[in-house]
Design a protein around this ligand. Sequence first.
Ligand code: SF4
Length: 433
Amino acid sequence: MKNVTIINAVDTSKANHPVDTWPVMMLEVIKDSIDNCKFIDTRFENINIKKTINEIFFIHFIAPDFRFAIDLCKKIKNNDSKNIIVAIGPLPSLYPNKVIFDSSPVDYVLAGEIELVAQEFIKKLKKGKQNIKLDCLVSQNKKKYKLKMIDDLNKIKIPKLSYEYRCLYPIKGFFRAKHGFILSSRGCKHNCSFCSPISIRVSFGKKFRTNSINHIIDEIKYNIKRGCNIITFMDDDFTSSKGRIIELCSKIIKDKIKIKWIAHARIDEIDNKLLYLMKKAGCVILKIGVESGSERMLLRINKTKHPKKWIIESEKLFNYARKINLDIVAMFMIGIPDETNNDLNKTKKLIKQLNPYLIQLAKYTSYYDLLKKDIYPRPSVYHYKYDKKLKKIERELYKTFYMRLPFLKNHIRYVPYYILNPRLAYKLIRYLI
Ligand code: SF4
């Protein structure tokens, strides 16, 4: 009988900055649904290739780790040709034919959200079935497929997380953080041109689907029970439905659940009233993709159709958040095609005006354009390899923001957190110096 191993294949050698370690919920759920299933996340441990004999492997990866993942599949297949490799995750799901190429080590792709079909697939595979009938299955002989989407997210059981995943933002308070993670919805209706489902999005598709409020509350309580004191919601578009957030926050307050939490929000989906309610329900950090201070660039990346309003509303919201003591991480993007010095200066000016708790910069990468070409065995598709000019701009923006006296003075409030979370302090300091 073949054993099953799930691997989250992440190339940890690339990142040149501290990174959060988030769970891939789909993998955690699949692992729980299969008997004696091993799970290895390469961000935390290495794989002993020599021990990979006559096994079934689910290998999960996103676009930036494509080359790393395929190389790993090759090593596993070369070690024992009886090993069966099933590629899963954002990139294999949307580009299965890039993954199952001639002489590819990958035997199958299971496309989409496969939590609820993985067990059935494994059973059939273990019985030695050659022609497994599943719409979401792709192989050398079956190229037509349908992306699997789960409409009723309540059918997915709350997973037992395998590692001590952590989010890197410092939080006000004197406590040792134990992080919990919840994916309470999937899908995002927006069309930001840089946001590619094959690389960075947690979930698939435009259709917004959500767990019931009771399910989310159960998941929060489960995390509290296992000792978590801070929860990160990993949803792509957490604030997509205002009614949902009002209901969730009201329930947290009504049930007197004491938990700090972090989530993503969009400028055009929140207002002061909602911000206040979220804060009251335990929200300590909101991550907001402001992206640019240039109206032209906001239109260019399709962030919003109303860029002027976007910038005005950002200023109002950031001011209000400061008033109610809610920390906001402002995320910006540099290197957008056609971006001029003038556009960059507008971004710098907006960062100064917003004066957020932290800023986070990303470099524009069009994964779709990169994937139009043959990508294996060519160099991988990732955004860390950028020109010197962009790196210089990035450094300068970070330095200007983080080395200001007002920032340093404000940041003293986080020192107690650093004292009780020294690993986090070490990671951040090592990056800065
Ligand atoms: S709102 Fe966020 S998740 Fe949705 S398309 Fe834009 S960047 Fe992506």
